[in-house]
Design a protein around this ligand. Sequence first.
Ligand SMILES: [Fe+2]
Ligand SMILES: [Fe+2]
Length: 319
Amino acid sequence: MKLSKLLQRIVAHGIAADPRSKKEVEKALMKYKTRQKKLSKKEAELFDEERLWNPFADSRIYNKPDAEVKSVIVGIDVETPELLLVDRMNKEGKKIDAVMAHHPEARGLADLDKVMDMQIDLLAQHGVPENRADALMRPRMEKIWRAIHADNLFRSQQAAEFLDLPFFSCHTPADNLVYQFVEKKICKKKFDNLGEILNALLEIPEYKTYAKLGNPPILVNGSKSSRVGKLVATEFTGGTNGPEEYIEEQAKAGIGTILTMHVTEKSLEKAKEHHINFVQCSHIASDNIGLNLMLDKLTKDEPKLKVHEFSGFMRVKRK
Ligand SMILES: [Fe+2]
Ligand SMILES: [Fe+2]
């Protein structure tokens, strides 16, 4: 399969698992298309055609879209050292055709802020008024844009070009899958206390593996005997953490416990202030779940696709 086709499949699976409806995602793409028509000649030169069909600005190909892919190596973070490692593995006869990163690089990273507004839809589903979620999200998106803007963004893309390695990232489509998975496997169930949630998380192979390695799910606010209240997984997808004010908004909307991948110190302060429990599910283990679910789908589409693992990724197959 061509790498460009592989990305199309990833995007389709990501849309199917998106917290927004398919119609809402299509509407967002349509708006972008309409914007294209209104561009000046100068602006049109900088227009990103990719986003006319791919709603996940953090998931795209960085090198060799036309490459034929029979085997892919998957990692959480892929930069120059990992690309050199792949080159070395290939020199030793591994035959790795393409490198897939979870966390975005290059333009995928430059545009990370552009996937964040899906969090507004996600919170709306849990009772936070859209207007409030929107007003609080805008400055947070601008902050992320400014922070990443100063980075040296294209080092790994250039390294992939030098090494002639097909290279791409799959971020939000995989995070959408882990969000749906945790919603269904954990949030829909009834727990008497937070300790029971930790036990349920440890039943999931990725969390168990990481726990054995010393990186278990932890309670960041609340104790094992704390009552749960309304349980949500609102911080698993949508690029990166939303604004700290979202903690207060969720408290007002009646949420009691948030499952998350990473808690900032400011969010923790807010959680303490508003008595929100925080369960920090191991970040990289959570990313592993999303990638594993995506690879289950991709290998169902293409049973001959061979998957290698590195950089924090460990393959677990599900039926
Ligand atoms: Fe992730
Ligand atoms: Fe991540």
